[in-house]
Unconditional design. Structure first.
Length: 496
C-alpha cells in the first residue's frame, strides 16, 4: 500500500482529483446545490424533526435505577459471578474471548447462506446457545440491559406477553421461541463485540455471508429465472424478467438483506483500516446492491436509497446534495424493466391493488383486539382474520404487508408504541455515534451504517412485513445489537 502511495501515478491522480474538485466547487451546479442545501437546513431548524432529534428518553435512567432493572442486572451477572472463580472459567477464558465474536459472525454467515429448503429455524437457537456458552466462559463480559435501553426491553416484554395471552397459544409458542432468540441475540452482540476489532471480525463474516447469498443470486440471474405469477403481475409487468430470491424463497424477503446490510458494508468499505478488508466490503456492497435491483421489490428500492442517503448525511453531510444530484442523473441509465416496474407504483398492478382488502381486514381485527392483539405470530394473526371472515380479497392472505399493523394486530397497542420508540431512540444514538469524528473509524462506520440499515428496514416496513421469515427477523435484531455495541464502544472511547 505504501508503494502505491509513493508512485507517480498516485500523485498524478491525486492532483487531478484536487483540481477537478476545485473546478466543481466553483461551478454553477455547486452554487445551486449549496443554496438548496442551506434552504433545507433552515427548514430543518424550524421543523419537528429537530425537536425529535433532541428528545431524550428519561425512562432509560428510570430503568437503571429501578428495582426491576437492578434485579435483571443481578440475574444477568450471576453466570459471571459463578464462573469467575472456577477452574473452567480460568482455563477457557482466553479461548472463549478470541472465538466468541468469530462464532457470532459465523452465526450471521449461516443465517445468510443456508438454502431455504435446508433451513430449520431451530438452527439459529442452537448457534446462539453455542455463542452463549462461549460468552459465559469468557467471564470478562457481563450481560446488561442498560446499554440496550428501556424501550427495546419493554418491546421484548410485551412481545413475550403476547405469546402468553394469545388466542392460539400452541401456534404462538413457536414464535415465542423465535422472539427469545432475538432477545438473546441482542444481549450476546452487546456483550461479545466489545472492541472495534471484534466488530470488524463479525462484519467480515457477515460480508462473506452476503457474498455467498448474493453471489448465488447473481448466478440465478445469469441462468435465468422464470417469472412467477405468485410474485409478479405478469400483465402489468409483461417485460419484467423473473425476480431473484437467492436462498430466501421469496424476492421480497430477500430484498431485506441488502437493505439491512448494504449501508454498513459501504461504511466499512470507506473506513476499514486495511485494503483487503475494503475490497471485501466493497465487493459485498456492490453484489448485494445488484441483487436488490434484481429482486424488483419497489418498497425495498426506496428504502435502500433512503438508507444510503442517510448514511452519507451522517458521515459527510456536505456530500449529500451531490449524491442526490448524481442519483437523479443516473435514473435514465436504469434498465427499462426497472423503470417500468417502478412506475407501476403509480399505475398499479395486482400486488398493489390487493393491499386494500388486506389493510381493511387487519384494521377490523385491530379494532376488535385494540389493546392486547390476537397473539404472537403471523400464523396466529392469519387464522384470526380468516376465522372472523374479515378478509374479502381473492389473493391468499399471508400477513398484513405492513410492519406496524402486523405488530399491532399480533401484540397490541403497547407493542406498537414500544417498537416505534425502541427503533427511534437506539437508532438516534447510532446516528450520533456515527457522526462523532474523533472516534475510531470502525466504530463510526458500524454505528452509522447499522443505524442507516435499520432505518431503511423500518421504512421498508411501511410497505411490507419485514419479519415474515424468522431468520430475517433474527438478522434484524443481531444488526440492532451490533449497533448498540458500537454505541457502547463509542461512549468508552469518548471517556478515555
Amino acid at each position: 500500500m505504501e508503494l502505491v502511495r509513493q508512485s507517480a501515478l498516485y500523485h498524478f491522480l491525486g492532483l487531478s482529483l484536487r483540481r477537478a474538485d476545485a473546478s466543481v466547487s466553483r461551478s454553477m451546479l455547486a452554487a445551486w446545490l449549496g443554496a438548496i442545501w442551506r434552504w433545507l437546513g433552515r427548514q430543518y431548524d424550524r421543523s419537528l424533526v429537530k425537536i425529535a432529534a433532541k428528545w431524550e428518553s428519561r425512562l432509560d435512567v428510570l430503568l437503571e435505577e429501578s428495582v426491576f432493572g437492578n434485579l435483571v442486572e443481578l440475574i444477568l451477572s450471576l453466570p459471571d459471578r459463578i464462573l469467575s472463580g472456577s477452574m473452567v472459567g480460568t482455563v477457557f477464558q482466553g479461548f472463549a474471548s478470541r472465538w466468541t465474536p468469530i462464532l457470532l459472525g459465523v452465526t450471521c454467515l449461516v443465517l445468510l447462506s443456508v438454502p431455504f429448503e435446508s433451513w430449520n429455524n431451530f438452527y439459529s437457537l442452537y448457534m446462539l446457545i453455542a455463542v452463549l456458552l462461549l460468552t459465559l466462559l469468557s467471564h470478562q463480559r457481563r450481560f446488561s440491559i442498560r446499554e440496550i435501553g428501556f424501550w427495546p426491553v419493554a418491546f421484548a416484554l410485551v412481545t413475550f406477553g403476547s405469546g402468553y395471552w394469545s388466542s392460539n397459544p400452541g401456534e404462538s409458542s413457536r414464535f415465542l421461541v423465535f422472539a427469545l432468540c432475538c432477545a438473546l441475540g441482542v444481549l450476546l452482540c452487546v456483550a461479545a463485540a466489545d472492541t472495534p476489532e471484534k466488530l470488524l471480525r463479525v462484519f467480515l463474516l457477515v460480508a462473506l455471508g452476503l457474498l455467498v447469498c448474493c453471489g448465488y443470486g447473481v448466478l440465478q440471474k445469469m441462468e435465468g429465472i422464470e417469472p412467477n405469477y405468485h410474485y409478479t403481475d405478469l400483465t402489468a409487468n409483461a417485460k419484467m424478467p423473473g425476480r431473484v430470491y437467492s436462498f430466501f424463497d421469496n424476492p421480497n424477503s430477500f430484498a431485506n438483506i441488502p437493505v439491512l446490510f448494504g449501508p454498513v458494508m459501504l461504511a466499512l468499505f470507506c473506513y476499514s483500516p486495511k485494503l483487503w478488508q475494503r475490497l471485501v466490503f466493497g465487493l459485498a456492497f456492490l453484489i448485494s446492491s445488484f441483487c436488490l435491483v434484481m429482486t424488483y421489490t419497489r418498497g425495498a428500492w426506496v428504502a435502500w436509497v433512503m438508507s444510503i442517503f442517510i448514511f452519507v448525511l451522517i458521515v459527510r453531510p456536505k456530500a449529500a446534495p451531490w449524491l442526490a444530484a448524481l442519483g437523479l442523473l443516473c435514473v435514465p441509465l436504469l434498465p427499462q424493466s426497472v423503470l417500468a416496474r417502478f412506475l407501476t407504483i403509480f399505475s398499479g398492478d395486482s400486488s398493489i391493488n390487493s393491499r386494500a382488502p388486506i389493510y381493511i381486514a387487519v384494521a377490523r381485527l385491530i379494532k376488535r383486539n385494540l389493546v392486547l392483539g390476537v397473539g404472537l405470530g403471523s400464523t396466529t394473526l392469519r387464522k384470526a382474520v380468516n376465522a372472523n371472515s374479515f378478509y374479502t380479497g381473492t389473493a391468499y392472505f399471508v400477513h398484513s404487508h405492513n410492519q406496524f399493523t402486523q405488530i399491532w394486530g399480533e401484540s397490541g397497542i403497547f407493542a406498537l408504541v414500544s417498537y416505534i420508540l425502541a427503533s427511534f431512540f437506539p437508532i438516534k444514538r447510532g446516528i450520533r455515534t456515527g457522526a462523532e469524528k474523533e472516534l475510531v473509524p470502525v466504530t463510526r462506520a458500524v454505528a452509522a451504517g447499522s443505524a442507516s440499515g435499520l432505518l431503511g428496514a423500518v421504512l421498508f416496513g411501511l410497505t411490507d412485513y419485514i419479519w415474515s421469515y424468522p431468520r430475517i427477523m433474527l438478522l434484524y435484531w443481531l444488526l440492532f445489537g451490533l449497533m448498540v455495541a458500537a454505541v457502547k464502544i463509542g461512549k468508552a472511547e469518548k471517556n478515555r
